[in-house]
Design a protein around this ligand. Structure first.
Ligand code: SF4
Length: 361
């Protein structure tokens, strides 16, 4: 991805540690021709003016902003959002806001309704993020789950920021915190230079190739992502898989069966740390934005209904059928019931499959 210019928050330049990080990014070969300017505060640029998410000629107008995240950097994740470690016990789950916006452009991405500016922001004050997480997890004896990549892809730009090295080192210092890097990227070169850790997971969102081609705009192909997963597994890293969002298509059952077979060709289910299943869902605002940006998208081939949690989702019977089919497939292929969970669904759909089978009848 090309940027028109790089904007640097002055406070970063004033701190020798952060200044070094900025310099390393500026010295990267892809940025040698990119002009840069200093700004007093990223919010004056990022929040100041509405700019369409799907900018025309995005490559020529997009800016990279390097900034220091102030205020709440570490937040508690919503319920039913992360991995269940033991039956019925969910570790306190936090996420770190390490960046805003993404180099990819998935049609269903909530970022298009979340921000009013498509510029990419990278926060470089990792030490402050770590310190906030330290104080938030202290009451739990530093036992927690923490993911990166809530508002951006965790790995797509990891070769520029070298952030991964910082979090890997932090994971060694806090072995009871489980770290998760969420990605659709195949950019695993930094990870391959690091030794595996018991509490350091890289998780990939996977969909059938046809869905990736239609909806996951500008992302690496399924083949590239599977290639990256293979390398990480071979290296001994912990890998998790998010089958999320699951989007209906006329052949969705067959496509997911093929996807599962391709994945387990890389290694048996026990080689993977965990799996999540999540059927496509939107807030009303994101639903409206997506509709506005992609009015002809086949995303809207199926009906969406308003649910009690305020989200727009497929009707209950369809979500139930999809989750039931997919979880059955996973278990038939040897995935242990403690290895998978359902993301952001109603209570009855969160239960394990054989438990809800009776409810479904
Ligand atoms: S990879 Fe994730 S954050 Fe990036 S555009 Fe796709 S859904 Fe959004």
């Amino acid at each position: 991805m090309k940027f028109k210019e790089i904007l640097i928050e002055e406070s970063l330049w004033g701190n020798p540690l952060y200044r070094n990080r900025v310099k390393k990014i500026l010295e990267h070969p892809i940025f040698l021709q990119t002009p840069f300017h200093f700004i007093p505060n990223y919010r004056l640029v990022f929040d100041a003016l509405y700019r369409p998410y799907l900018l025309k000629q995005k490559e020529k107008t997009l800016r990279l902003i390097l900034a220091q995240k102030k205020g709440m950097v570490v937040k508690e994740a919503p319920e039913n959002y992360g991995a269940v470690k033991e039956e019925g016990v969910v570790a306190p789950h936090f996420y770190i806001t390490n960046g805003l916006n993404c180099v990819y452009e998935c049609e269903y991405c909530f970022l298009q309704g979340h921000f009013s500016n498509p510029d990419l922001v990278l926060f470089l004050n990792y030490e402050e993020m770590r310190d906030q997480l330290e104080s938030k997890t202290r009451p739990y004896g530093h036992r927690a789950w923490c993911h990166l990549g809530e508002y951006t892809d965790s790995l797509a730009l990891s070769h520029l920021t070298e952030e991964i090295f910082f979090w890997h080192e932090t994971a060694k210092q806090y072995p009871k915190i489980e770290w998760e890097l969420r990605t659709k990227s195949a950019n695993v070169s930094s990870l391959l230079s690091l030794p595996p850790l018991e509490n350091f997971f890289c998780t990939f969102s996977l969909s059938p190739e046809s869905a990736i081609k239609i909806y996951d705009r500008k992302t690496p192909s399924l083949k590239s992502r599977l290639g990256a997963i293979k390398k990480l597994l071979h290296h001994g890293h912990k890998v998790g898989i998010h089958f999320d969002p699951v989007i209906w298509s006329p052949n969705w059952k067959k496509e997911y069966e093929e996807l599962f077979y391709s994945l387990f060709n890389l290694g048996p289910p026990e080689k993977f740390s965990y799996f999540s299943l999540g059927v496509v869902r939107f807030t009303q605002k994101d639903f409206d934005k997506t509709h506005q940006h992609y009015p002809d998208s086949s995303l809207f081939a199926m009906e969406f209904v308003s649910c009690e949690d305020g989200k727009k989702k497929y009707p209950y019977f369809l979500r139930r059928e999809m989750l039931s089919f997919l979880s059955n497939c996973l278990e038939n292929l040897g995935v242990n019931s403690s290895q998978w969970y359902v993301s952001m669904e109603e209570e009855v759909l969160l239960k394990k499959n054989n438990e809800v089978a009776n409810v479904f009848i």
